[in-house]
Design a protein around this ligand. Sequence first.
Ligand code: AMP
Ligand code: MG
Length: 491
Amino acid sequence: MTEKNAIIEAGWNFDNSYARLPKSFFSNLNPEPVRSPTLIILNNPLATSLGLNNKALQSYNGVAVFAGSRIPEGALPIAQAYAGHQFGYFTMLGDGRALLIGEQITPLGERFDIQLKGSGKTPYSRQGDGLATLGPMLREYIISEAMHALGIPTTRSLAVVTTGESITRESDLPGAILTRVAASHLRVGTFQYVSKWGTVEELKTLADYTLERHFQDFDAVENRYLFLLKEVIKRQAALIAKWQLVGFIHGVMNTDNMTISGETIDYGPCAFMDAYDPKTVFSSIDIHGRYAYGNQPQIAAWNLARFAETLLPLLHVNKSQAIKLAENAISDFNELYHRNWLAGMRAKLGIFNEELQDESLIEGLLSMMNKYGSDYTNTFLSLTFDKLEDTTLFNTTEFAQWYELWQTRLGRQQEPKASSYQFMQNNNPAIIPRNHRVEEALEAAVKQSDYSVMARFLDVLSSPYEHSAKQADYATLPPPSTCPYRTFCGT
Ligand code: AMP
Ligand code: MG
């Protein structure tokens, strides 16, 4: 097989629309060559849906692409420039350790960014080494794929390779590269960058590009930039509600980590909540709990206001009119979010129709869960199967009263209770990537090069609403620990 054939057989079919945008939006550069790439994991179903050939991807030449040692025909690696508010402070950022190698056009004609994360220094690396280590790249792989299976819009993970090089962090760790797949890597921070340092013409180019790429039905609208703002608000409201409904905590909702497409991105310090507590924070650097579970909706609104600010020159020629339009759009976020959340919560409780008191019923349950430290996922799971185990919450009369109210509520709808319980099964996951299980899989992988623990875990995570026997083991809580779970950024 010739080199060229090997690459063609892999099915790469790149376009590079972002690289046709103004030069200031990105930097052209190639990944740093690596010593000896080894494929650790390949996402076969994702590869197939992208029109790629799994076998060719696993070949020497195929793996070299994931390692950045070989640039497939049609690829044009670039590091994207962006800015962002990090913990509220504006700063210049950009792909400091990632390269967009191209946009894969799938057999269905869809377009996906293919990005190598951990591929070496770029002009935006600042003090960083441009590299990534195996544990965090596998962590992103596991959690992003779990999110996808949970039905939550997210970037995906196509492959992880080790580079054969050792990287100095708190100790020497194996270097790795993650191949990330995204509808695009357009971020709120991309708009902030162009708004701050580009011309209005460039901003318009970016907005038009974004509309073409993600929001095709803008032709008939009167003000396409207002439409863009409203659509992004809509997508983010839906996304954040989905996070809240499964207990996902992103951990670092800086504006550079918020996509325009409405996909979850940047799985650094994220983690799932065990016991229900809106104050839950896992990130070691989030000392004041800015990005705590309960704050996520209001942080999203804050980020979207920053997005709206970037669009002001496009929204209206008159600045005060533009501000008014932006403010009106932003003020819809809370209502949109709340509507999504409420619909999701009704589904989690098997409620099909709407009654005014539903929200107080839901809040009643959540506040008891908070008070008694109940596990978020498993409480809903117990209700789903009407198996009220011997937990503190379920033994209280407070809960017994709530349960009566809930059962009466279910009785007030046309659908039989069996349908409610089925509805609940479809909306309450049997399994989430629990922190102790994620750690267990990563430890086996990184310390013993044993990838079987991760493979089993990924298999179970791939069908969270199946409610099969093999999942039960993964639903158990971590043993009590004196040390709270901590997560880290940029590792
Ligand atoms: P994050 O917290 O992952 O969103 O990263 C914030 C910024 O830091 C982004 O511009 C990243 O590209 C950059 N960054 C994170 N880790 C590294 C690294 N090891 N080397 C260079 N840049 C990095
Ligand atoms: Mg980031």
